[in-house]
Design a protein around this ligand. Structure first.
Ligand code: 13P
Length: 286
C-alpha cells in the first residue's frame, strides 16, 4: 500500500511510479485534479463570467499545486474555450458526456470527435445521473470511454453505489462490478491514462459527504480492483477522484487521504469563489 502523503508532498519515487505504463502517460498523482461539473447550470454568458472570475481567484501557485478543470454544458464549451485560450488561462476544459460513435443519426447527441475539436481535455463518462436518470449501463460507459480515448482525450469514469446498495452491504461489490465492466477490454496503458471517480450516489447533491475514512476506504478498494484486473503499476498510477458534496470546509481532509487524488465537484463549483477555495484547500487546511 502507498505511504500516506500530505497533499502536494509526494516523493519523487511515487511520482515516477505514476508516470507511465506501457508508454501511455497517466496524470501525475502528486498534483490533485479538481474538476467542476456544472451539470445543467449556467448559460454561455454566465459561463464566461464564471470562468473569468475563477481565473482571477486562482494564483499561479494554485495552478502549480492543483490541476483545475471545468465541465460546462455543451452549449458553453466554445465560449469557455475562447476565454481560456485568448487569456492564456491554465484551466483545462472538460465535457460532461459524449456519444460513443464519431458521427451518425443520433439526434441530440454530441460525439467525442466534436469535443476534441474544441480542445476538450477531460470527458466525464458514466456519471450516476447518466446511469440512473438516462439508463446508461457500464457497457455504454465503456464504449464512451473508448471513444474519448480514441480522440486523444481523457475519460473520467464514474462509479458509485446508491444508498440502498450501501445499506444492503453491497457498496464494494457494486463498485467492483462497475469498474470491471466500464474498463473492460482496456489494456493497462489505457487504464492508467484514464481517471476514475468514486461518487457515492447518496452523497451527490445531498450535503451528506462520505467521511474522509469512508471515501478513502472505497477509493482504496477501487484501486485494489484495478490492481487485480490490470496490475499494480496501473493501479498505482491511476488517478482516483472523490465526488459527492465536496465543499471548501471538507476538501482538505478528503484530499489528504492516500488514495484520493482529487475531486469531482458539483454544486460548489457553480460559484467561482467557492470553487477556488476548494482548489486552494491547502491554504485552508488546519
Ligand atoms: P455535488 O458536489 O453537488 O454533491 O455533486 C457531485 C457530483 O455529482 C459531481 O459530478
Amino acid at each position: 500500500m502507498r505511504s500516506r502523503r500530505k497533499t502536494g508532498d509526494k516523493t519523487s519515487t511515487e511520482a515516477s511510479d505514476a508516470a507511465s505504463v506501457g508508454g501511455l502517460e497517466g496524470g501525475s498523482r502528486s498534483r490533485p485534479l479538481i474538476c467542476g461539473n456544472w451539470k445543467m447550470h449556467h448559460n454561455h454568458f454566465e459561463a464566461i463570467q464564471n470562468v473569468q472570475k475563477l481565473a482571477y481567484a486562482l494564483s499561479s501557485e494554485d495552478h502549480q499545486h492543483v490541476e483545475v478543470c471545468v465541465h460546462p454544458p455543451f452549449t458553453d464549451l466554445r465560449s469557455v474555450q475562447t476565454v481560456l485560450q485568448s487569456d492564456d488561462i491554465p484551466i483545462a476544459l472538460g465535457a460532461q458526456d459524449c456519444h460513443s460513435s464519431d458521427a451518425g443519426a443520433f439526434t441530440g447527441e454530441v460525439s467525442a470527435a466534436m469535443l476534441a475539436k474544441l480542445d476538450v481535455t477531460y470527458v466525464i463518462v458514466g456519471h450516476s445521473e447518466r446511469r440512473g436518470l438516462f439508463g446508461e449501463s457500464s457497457e455504454v460507459v465503456n464504449a464512451k470511454a473508448r471513444a474519448v480515448m480514441r480522440h486523444g482525450m481523457t475519460p473520467i469514469v464514474c462509479v458509485g453505489e446508491t444508498l440502498e446498495q450501501r445499506r444492503a452491504g453491497q457498496a464494494r461489490e457494486v463498485v467492483s462490478q462497475q469498474i470491471a465492466a466500464s474498463l473492460s477490454g482496456l489494456d493497462a496503458a489505457a487504464v492508467v491514462g484514464s481517471v476514475l471517480a468514486y461518487e457515492p450516489v447518496w452523497a451527490i447533491g445531498t450535503g451528506e459527504t462520505a467521511t474522509p475514512g469512508d471515501a478513502q476506504d472505497m477509493c482504496a478498494h477501487a484501486r485494489a480492483e484495478v490492481a487485480q484486473g490490470w496490475g499494480s503499476r496501473a493501479a498505482e498510477g491511476l488517478r482516483i477522484l472523490y465526488g459527492g458534496s465536496v465543499k471548501p470546509f471538507n476538501a482538505a481532509d478528503l484530499m489528504e487521504q492516500p488514495d484520493i487524488d482529487g475531486a469531482l465537484v458539483g454544486g460548489a463549483s457553480l460559484d467561482a469563489a467557492e470553487f477556488a477555495r476548494i482548489v486552494n484547500h491547502r491554504l485552508y487546511a488546519a
